[in-house]
Design a protein around this ligand. Structure first.
Ligand code: PHE
Length: 340
């Protein structure tokens, strides 16, 4: 009898069903009242008492296994019929896709670039990991200038000759080294500074810098270009103001403010009570920089400017905290759905 039980167990394990009829034959053969397992239970009763315990155990195992298999077969046939009962209905509307929004920094960056493109600027890009020459030395930073300090610059640990660029002026050096004037380029991109992250500062941000070099370029050309840019981005009424400043790579240097007004409390905070906000640095390219890049300052002159994209976006969209730009919070990003 043990032999018979073992054989049936093998058959139960090997049984396959693919249609309802198979399931019926499984039941008929094994699990129905008249099935083989029940018959064995009948024979079992007639066994002598000393064999009952052992045979009883294996017989019960067989019964349990057969019930398990039966359940499996029923479930798999049911799953099959669910999918075949509901053929694909091609006329049903598709699942809606969640529509993404362009990141506000991308939108603003694209706007800035397109304004300058209308003035004939082309875009130049360069590496984010720079060498000291392109980020500092060629730009007339003295060896002991504080901007080279560990405080501001992320240096590459294994070779501190390399660093994460602190501004995209490095790209302008590359352009001047590689091409002849006239030059009219824009260098947008990400830059890095070793700052503690807060609402007003971040360890990376985005810049757009511009460079124009030709014969007879003057400060007035720069002012005109920047006025045009400001009117395009902030509206026709935009007023600008150039304040004297200092950068190692420009002489003379200035910072440009736009008039923001003092209507709301926010305006007081943004403009520190002056009504004006600073949006960029600019100036006439220092003759030393031209010389460093192989351009004769006796023949050519030029101007450069650089602005932070986060700052412009903050003004346009009234973003109160710089960190929002890089947190990828969908509630923040969703607000720009219809702007980009
Ligand atoms: N490179 C400067 C900065 O990162 C900005 C600037 C560019 C200033 C060009 C003057 C001229 O702050």
């Amino acid at each position: 009898m043990q032999e018979k039980i073992k054989q049936l167990l093998e058959e139960v394990n090997a049984f396959q069903v693919s249609i309802e009829d198979d399931l019926e034959s499984f039941k008929r053969k094994f699990t129905n009242k008249k099935g083989e397992i029940n018959q064995l239970f009948g024979e079992f009763k007639a066994l002598p008492g000393d064999q009952k315990k052992l045979v009883g155990q294996t017989l019960n195992q067989l019964k349990t296994r057969a019930t398990e298999r039966l359940n499996e077969f029923q479930a798999s046939l049911k799953a099959q019929s669910v999918s075949s009962d509901r053929p694909h209905d091609l006329t049903l509307p598709g699942d809606a896709h969640v529509q993404g929004a362009r990141h506000p920094l991308t939108t603003v960056l694209n706007r800035i670039v397109s304004i300058f493109e209308r003035l004939g600027f082309t875009v130049a890009e360069g590496p984010e990991i720079e060498d000291d020459w392109h980020n500092f030395s060629a730009l007339n930073f003295p060896d002991n200038h504080p901007a080279r300090d560990m405080q501001d610059t992320f240096f590459v640990q294994r070779n501190p000759d390399y660093l994460l660029r602190t501004h995209t002026s490095s790209v302008q050096v590359r352009v001047m080294e590689d091409s002849e004037p006239p030059i009219k380029v824009l260098s947008p991109g990400r830059v890095y500074r070793n700052e503690a992250i807060s609402a007003r500062a971040h360890c990376f941000f985005h810049q757009v810098e511009g460079l124009v070099i030709d014969k007879g370029i003057s400060f007035a050309d720069m002012k005109q270009t920047l006025q045009y840019f400001s009117s395009e981005i902030f509206g026709d009424q935009a007023r600008i103001k150039l304040r004297p400043s200092y950068f190692p790579f420009t002489e003379i240097s200035a910072e440009m403010d736009v008039y923001w007004g003092l209507e709301t409390e926010d305006d007081y905070r943004i403009t520190k009570g002056t009504g004006w906000v600073e949006i960029m640095g600019c100036g006439m390219v220092d003759p030393n920089v031209l010389r460093n890049c192989g351009i004769d300052p006796e023949v050519y002159s030029g101007y450069a400017f650089g602005m932070g994209v986060e700052r412009i976006a903050q003004l346009l969209y009234r973003v109160p905290d710089l960190r929002l730009y890089s947190q990828n919070d969908i509630r923040f990003l969703k607000q720009f759905e219809r702007i980009g």
